[in-house]
Design a protein. Sequence first.
Length: 361
Amino acid sequence: MKIVTIIGARPQFIKAAAISNAILTHNQNNPLEAINEVIIHTGQHFDPNMSTVFFDEMKIPKPDYLLNINSLGHGAMTGRMLEEVEKILINEEPDYVLVYGDTNSTLAGALAASKLHIKVAHVEAGLRSFNMKMPEEINRILTDRISTLLFCPSETAVKNLQKEGFDNFKSKVLNVGDVMYDTTLHFSKMAKEPTFELPENFILATVHRAENTDDINNLKEIFSAFNTIVTEIPVVLPIHPRTKNILEKNNVEISDRVQLVPPVGYLEMLYLLNHCQLVMTDSGGLQKEAYFSKKYCITLREETEWVELVDNGVNQLVGASESKIIKAFNEAKQLKPNFENHFYGDGKASSLIISHIIKYL
Ligand code: UDP
C-alpha cells in the first residue's frame, strides 16, 4: 500500500512524527504488508527552526518532495500547492493521501487528491471554532467535506461532524484520540533544556495567529499585558518569525523581562512546558500540550476548538484584551485545576489511524 503524506507547517511536522513512527512500527511487524510512505513537504514553513529541527529531532523521514511554496497570499499559495501536488499524485498513484490539521497545505492536498479520486484521510478532523474569519476554519471545513476517513481527536469533534450531517455522507467518522498526545507521551522522556538561560519561575507564551498578528491593536494589548505581568513573573516567549517582523515594524514596546527567544525545537518546548508556571497562547496545539503537562492555559483568542478544556476549567479564553489577560493571570494564582480527565484518547491514536487506513483500503 502507498500513502502520500502532505505536510508543510510546524504543527503538521509534530503530528506527522507520530504517524511516521507508527508506519515504521507497522512495517517492522508486518514486512509482507509494508506501507510505502511518500512525504511531500510544501515548504509553507521553511526556516531551519520552523522545519528542519523537527525532522531531525523527531526522526521524521526526509521528504521525498520539497515544493518550496511559501511567503505568498492564500490564493497564490493554495493554488500553486494544488498544481504541484496534483502532478506528484498523478505520478505516484497512492492508495491514500494523508493530510493534517487546517493549513493551506491541508486543503491543497485534499483537493488535489479528491479530484483525482484518491481517498483522503484527514487527521484532526471535525474541529470547529465557528469563526469563519479564520483561514484555518475554512480550510478544515472544506477538507473534512472531501475526506474519506475523518480521524477526530475528541468526542466534541465527532459531534461537530454529526451536526453537519456527516452521518448521511459516505465518509467514515472515527474518534481515534489526538496524535499530539501520542507525540507528547513518546517524546517527553527526551525533553531537552534550552541553550538560553531560563528563569526559575516563568510563564510560557506564544503568539502567532492571524487574528492577533494582523491586528496591531490586538498585538499591542497582548504585549501591554505581558509588560505588566512581568513585574511579577518573567514571560518566556519563543517568537514566531511573522510575529517578530510585525512587532519590529510597528515598534511595539516590550519590557526587558519579556524574554523573546527564537522558535524552539519540540524537545525544548516539552522542557519549557514541564517547567513553566502557566501557559499563555493563541496556538491550537499548545493549549492541549499545556493540558498534557498539567499547566493552566490562558488562551489569547475569543474562541477555541478545544472547548472541553474550557468547560473543565483548565483553560480560559480572554481574547486580546489587556485587562482580561491580567485579570485571568491574577485569578489563575488561586485556581486548583483538575487535569485528571482524558479527553484525547489513550496515546495510541497513530497506530489506530494506521489500522483504520488498512481496514478501509
Ligand atoms: N512549537 C514548538 N516550538 C515553538 C512553538 C511551538 O515546537 O517555538 C510547537 C508546539 O509545542 C506545538 C506546535 O508547535 O506542538 C504548535 O504549532 P503552532 O502553535 O505553530 O500552530 P497551531 O497549533 O496553532 O496550529
